[in-house]
Write a protein that binds this ligand. Sequence first.
Ligand code: KG4
Ligand code: ZN
Length: 344
Amino acid sequence: MEKKKDDVLILAIETSCDETAAAVVKNGRDVLSNVIYTQIKLHTVFGGVVPEIASRKHIEKINPVIETALKEADVTLDEIDAIAVTYGPGLVGALLVGVAEAKAIAYGAKKTLVGVHHIEGHISANYIEHKELEPPFLCLVASGGHSHLVLVKDYGEYEIIGRTRDDAAGEAFDKVARAIGLGYPGGPKVDKLAREGDKNAITFPRAKISDNPDDFSFSGLKSAVLNYLNQCEMKGVEVNKADVAASFQQSVIDVLTDHTVAAAKRIGVDKVAIAGGVASNSSLREQMREACEKNHMTFYHPSPVYCTDNAAMIGVAGYYEYIKGVSDGWDLNAIPNLKIGERK
Ligand code: KG4
Ligand code: ZN
């Protein structure tokens, strides 16, 4: 790759959960490489992510993943301007591997270090394929650990409009998947099975929070699905798993879509984006698109590879921090419960 004088190259590292990832991003929008080593297979046998195994695998894979990212981008470490790294939220042991690695590289190669919030990374994934997208816009973040409605006021400027009171949307997908015997990670498996089912077969609840209509709650829905399965078992009725998957998924999608569009209308933004692992759900994307069209809003979503955990999104968010002059010192630490819009 030929680097022009004004080009800004970010090497990004992401190790907050069970993907060891590195990427090179040019000028905040062009992904030159995006390497992901997924540990999913390792954790599947345990039915979920085992933190210690995740950390151990990160430490083993992080160097080869970074080397591959630089090689695929055809960039030398010399040409990199800054190292961006996820420093929270996430599993502390997993985060520490990425943070220590980023600090070591930045120190050794005399590069700027930029700590990035994982969710701000998810939101920024929308900039990669929508070159025209600029703030302000409203973003629904739905992942394994988070369900948030975030108003992106400007680059790096966020206001949380709504959040989940209990389970995250992805967590509900994972728990329901386990209950119907689909295994981990549940989201993609429920998504696939739901295509064979009837979404109107079973009526599951769509929770509303009385004191904040923008907040979410998914634990009641999860319990309703578990109750339904128990009742079927007690009555000796055979469960149609595809119908359960489709009906459950429809309930989640209705809640996510209704909340997002209602909040966008009230705030007065006409751009709506989605992000996080659940944003790769095919039916959610379809329903959001329809709802946005109906309400004269433009709908944005990343490709599935940029919805689930990756380092390219961290490189994008890191770029917008870097050009504002934000940088971190050698005391940068992992913060497992880091809040959106907050710097350590
Ligand atoms: O963003 P992500 O990769 O990791 C976190 O930061 O949590 O999200 C993972 C979550 C998991 O709960 C997974 O089941 C869910 O996203 N997910 C999906 C789909 N693909 C992944 N949920 C619904 N439909 C999908 N197609
Ligand atoms: Zn994530």
